[in-house]
Design a protein around this ligand. Sequence first.
Ligand code: HPA
Length: 271
Amino acid sequence: MLERIKNSARYIARYLDKEEYATGIILGSGLGELGASIDIRHTIPYAAIPHFPVSTVQGHKGNLLIGTFGGKNVIAMQGRFHYYEGYPMQEVTFPVRVLHEVGVKHLFVSNAAGGVNTSFLAGDLMVITDHINLFPEHPLRGKNLDRLGPRFPGMTEAYSPRLIRLAENCARKLDIELRHGVYAGLQGPSFETPAEYRWLRTIGCDAVGMSTVPEVIVARHMGMECFGMSVITNSTATSEAMKTDHTEVQEVGNSAQPRMTALFKSIIEHL
Ligand code: HPA
């Protein structure tokens, strides 16, 4: 695994011109448009990077974007790997290992999520304050790579309180309304049943999706500072609202993208 990480990192490092790239961004389902606001120096298709898996989902691009955003050097993943696509968790989270290896210290993660909190509306932006891991496989299962992080990493501040405060300040200045909440990570790919949405509400979740949690666990394992944002693409407050399909998720995602882009840009500017 370490060799694979190093090989991928070596390939990417050739595009970094010996500069520091401390900020990484993972763009979620239908949220790849932030990429268009990056002043891109290089676009690397995942297929060109040694050992990188290849994305299969409709609406997910598979490129690593290298450039500047909010005045900082950034590496953005336009498209990510999901457990439901069939990859083992170590593959799902492999790019995060590689980002760390090339020097990324702050990881910004976005996703499309179902609103479990009944006050949430489609199009809302939710700052992830915490998560509940409901995936059936853990990305750190197996022999621990001590060079990367501890066997039993703490998860009490998985989502950086500093970055959450910064996001709140930036949102206020930009007049962007933010929700806050707990993100539940499930394997999918089916959306939840009404009983499952109720159960998620009962156990303290505000939003639900099929990504992010494994990536953040692996990032925290290596000591990266994480910020997570969910675009609420569907409400689950009523039985009518629960009839979700992927097209709808993508459409609502599209309408929220300019706000998310502006917010991420401002946070990164003020890092
Ligand atoms: N459930 C799970 N994942 C999702 C949802 C949902 O309702 N909406 C967008 N991603």
